[in-house]
Design a protein around this ligand. Structure first.
Ligand code: PLP
Length: 309
């Protein structure tokens, strides 16, 4: 979150406007809505998959386009090159939160992004040991807009955390390849499960933007979300039963660990964004998110089966 805040402090002034995807991490929404708004910076939320909506939301004073792709937890894919073309034509910068793919699977700058953000807390570390973040981008932007904030406001990593993250980076591509492969097997198993209505995973052939995924990403990533079948019973209770049934998969809102984790987005990562914003982002009570690790995928399926039945 410090990485995101640093970018905002470096790039927007009072009275400026941000166009953001409506499918972004809950704390980022809170940052825009409750903190930046106090400094006169307004944010308009749009569908990440619809470039025309971004163009329509742009107005005088729009300085930033902000997007996550794939989005958390709904796995929607934004066309980075298309958004960059619109942002550039209107004099705005495009920021991509690349948390879910990491540079091992997606390089947003090659598709036109001006700045890329990572929650290093996730896959860059890979073992849930430290918190950290990163901002990457074109040299002039980094030097003139980001570094002055970093130097004077102080949102910097401790040297120990930086060392841990560098160790994590040594195995990043191996982990991402294997965790993506595991995630694909799990996603296919879930897709065939009678209690699962829909699986949201960029690596599946059934993903509504499979062609764009193929252009932007080298694999689907390690995060699989799914929705339970709505059979008229209390969906939240059903989802919590699946979570509580897990013996091996850890219950936590964090992701990106070599050990698999599960969370219920509507009551954790997106619990504070409000019912309407959650509905607009497509996050229902029956949705669960699994961040797939390096365990045997058969064991993961067996663990989810406890609560799924
Ligand atoms: C997509 C995304 N961006 C940013 C963050 C914030 O990361 P951190 O917890 O390292 O501040 C998260 C955390 O879950 C996230 O999922």
């Amino acid at each position: 979150m410090s990485a995101i805040f640093t970018c905002c402090l470096g790039l927007v002034n009072a009275g400026d406007h941000i166009v953001a995807s409506r499918s972004i991490f809950g704390a980022t929404v809170q940052l825009f809505n409750t903190i930046l708004s106090r400094f006169g910076v307004e944010t308009t939320y749009v569908d990440p998959t619809d470039p025309a909506a971004w163009a329509a939301a742009t107005r005088n004073g729009t300085k930033l386009f902000y997007v996550e792709t794939p989005s958390n937890p709904t796995a929607e894919i934004a066309d980075i090159a298309a958004l960059k073309a619109i942002a550039s034509a209107r004099g705005a910068l495009l920021i991509v939160d690349n948390c879910f793919c990491t540079p091992a699977l997606q390089r947003p700058i090659e598709h036109g992004a001006d700045l890329v953000i990572h929650s290093a807390t996730k896959f860059l570390d890979g073992q849930g040991r430290v918190m950290g973040g990163a901002v990457l981008g074109k040299a002039d932007l980094m030097r003139e807009r980001i570094m002055p904030v970093l130097r004077t406001a102080g949102p910097s990593l401790s040297p120990f955390n930086a060392w841990v993250l560098l160790k994590g980076l040594e195995t990043l591509s191996l982990r991402m390849d294997k965790q993506s492969a595991n995630a694909l097997v799990l996603a296919r198993w879930l897709e065939a499960h009678p209690r699962v209505a829909r699986v949201l995973y960029p690596g599946l052939e059934s993903h509504p933007q499979a062609e764009l995924v193929g252009r932007q990403q080298s694999a689907g990533g390690a995060v699989v979300s799914f929705e339970l079948v709505d059979d008229g019973s209390d969906l939240r209770a059903c989802a919590w039963r699946v979570v509580d049934g897990c013996r091996m998969i850890s219950i936590t809102a964090n992701l990106g660990d070599t050990r698999s984790t599960i969370t219920h987005p509507a009551t954790t990562t997106h619990g504070r964004v409000g019912v309407e914003a959650r509905a607009a982002a497509g996050i229902g009570d029956g949705m669960l998110r699994v961040a797939v690790g390096l365990e045997s995928v058969e064991d993961l399926c067996r663990d989810l089966a406890h609560g799924l039945g």
